[in-house]
Design a protein around this ligand. Structure first.
Ligand SMILES: NC(=O)c1ccc[n+]([C@@H]2O[C@H](COP(=O)([O-])OP(=O)(O)OC[C@H]3O[C@@H](n4cnc5c(N)ncnc54)[C@H](O)[C@@H]3O)[C@@H](O)[C@H]2O)c1
Length: 339
């Protein structure tokens, strides 16, 4: 799709992946409206974008009047607003409300507004642990958390609205993303930014369980490009697409890699220690994705290697001018309990 002057709405667009998607769409000439409650997103994530092409509306996706009004004014919707996996461990009801309940309402309003495309950003967490690997889109879904279950409900509602009413929906299932503007803080905190900051501060990197659980990481610029492609290719309507690198790394190997890589960037050259804690509830054992369908149908191909992505993130923290110790203030190793 030519994004020039297209009116695009990105829910959750002040968040980690959303802000990268907004930047890519704005640079491609789209006029982007961001709806975000800023519960985990930040205004600063949209800094540097041209004001004439990017508008931030601070509001809640559960506000139905606001949803209806915004949907009437936009042709393409990328629905990313959501509360995270660890949030679902301490607040499952609210997690369901935002991730599943609000999604159903948005789909109904999108139908009324006759939007041209609704991209539902789901998650690899819908699969649960791999029963066979790599995981393609026909792999059974067996989410291990309320987050994964709510994401599965959201994407199932989207596909049902397509099948019942022809709503032009596309579902993407990103595997783990990492990169600048990712979260280290609170229950939104993800493993890579937490490991990088702990390593920079010389604090222990915490591995839950034996560390053999694996993940498939994609750099956020690749993830966001995949999401944008899903919203632009006509053949993607009604489809479900993994966004994955196809490479698998265990959490223990990840901790060792990051500790060693950051040690090289620290004055002392000493690697941070790695400690093990009891397993986290709902921690999926194995996740590695097959993105062949996305490659074939929407032309998705990740280009940022894991090492380059890691260096980019380390450099981003170093250029940010805030000491890692400061960013880690109030750090909780077990970041899934109620705040
Ligand atoms: N980060 C990953 O590795 C990953 C992997 C798979 C799927 N995803 C999906 O990608 C999307 C973006 O995730 P992210 O990692 O950028 O997380 P994020 O928390 O940075 O982004 C979500 C955004 O939604 C906003 N939000 C939350 N509740 C809201 C509400 N009620 N109303 C309005 N805005 C609200 C938050 O403020 C935040 O900015 C999510 O749908 C997530 O499920 C992420």
């Amino acid at each position: 799709m030519n994004w020039q002057s297209r009116r695009v709405l990105v829910t959750g667009g002040a968040g980690f992946i959303g802000s990268e998607l907004v930047a890519q769409l704005a640079h491609a000439g789209a006029r982007v409206t961001v709806l975000d409650s800023l519960v985990n997103g930040k205004r600063a994530n949209l800094d540097g974008l041209p004001a004439e092409s990017t508008t931030l509306v601070v509001g809640d996706v559960r506000d139905e009047t606001l949803a209806r009004d915004l949907l009437r004014e936009h042709a393409v919707v990328f629905h990313l607003a959501c509360l995270g996996l660890r949030h679902s461990l301490h607040a499952p009801g609210e997690n369901h409300e935002v991730n599943a309940g609000a999604t159903l309402a948005w789909l109904q309003f999108a139908r009324e507004a006759r939007v041209e495309r609704f991209v539902q950003v789901s998650s690899s967490e819908v699969y649960g642990t791999a029963q066979r690997a790599p995981i393609d889109e026909s792999h059974p879904t067996a989410p291990a958390t309320v987050y994964g279950a709510a994401k599965l409900a959201g994407e199932s509602y989207a596909l049902a609205m397509h099948r019942s009413w022809g709503l032009p929906v596309t579902v993407v299932r990103p595997f783990n993303a990492f990169g600048p503007r990712s979260h280290h803080e609170g229950d939104a905190g993800e493993v890579i930014p937490r490991f990088v900051l702990c390593a920079l501060a010389g604090k222990p990197l915490t591995v839950f369980g034996d560390g053999t659980q694996t993940r498939d990481f994609t750099e956020v610029s690749d993830t966001a490009r995949g999401i944008a492609l899903a919203g632009s290719v006509p053949a993607a309507i009604g489809g479900v697409f993994n966004l994955a690198s196809g490479s698998e790394i265990s959490v223990l190997a990840l901790a060792r890699t990051i500790a060693a890589r950051v040690a090289g960037a620290r004055a002392s050259g000493v690697a941070a220690p790695i400690v093990r804690l009891a397993p986290r509830p709902g921690d999926v054992g194995r996740l590695v994705g097959d993105a062949a369908r996305a490659r074939k149908v929407i032309g998705f191909a990740p280009v940022v290697t894991f090492d380059r992505g890691l260096d980019r993130l380390i450099g981003w923290y170093q250029a940010g001018g805030v000491a890692p110790e400061e960013l880690l203030r109030g750090f909780e190793a077990r970041n899934w309990n109620a705040p």
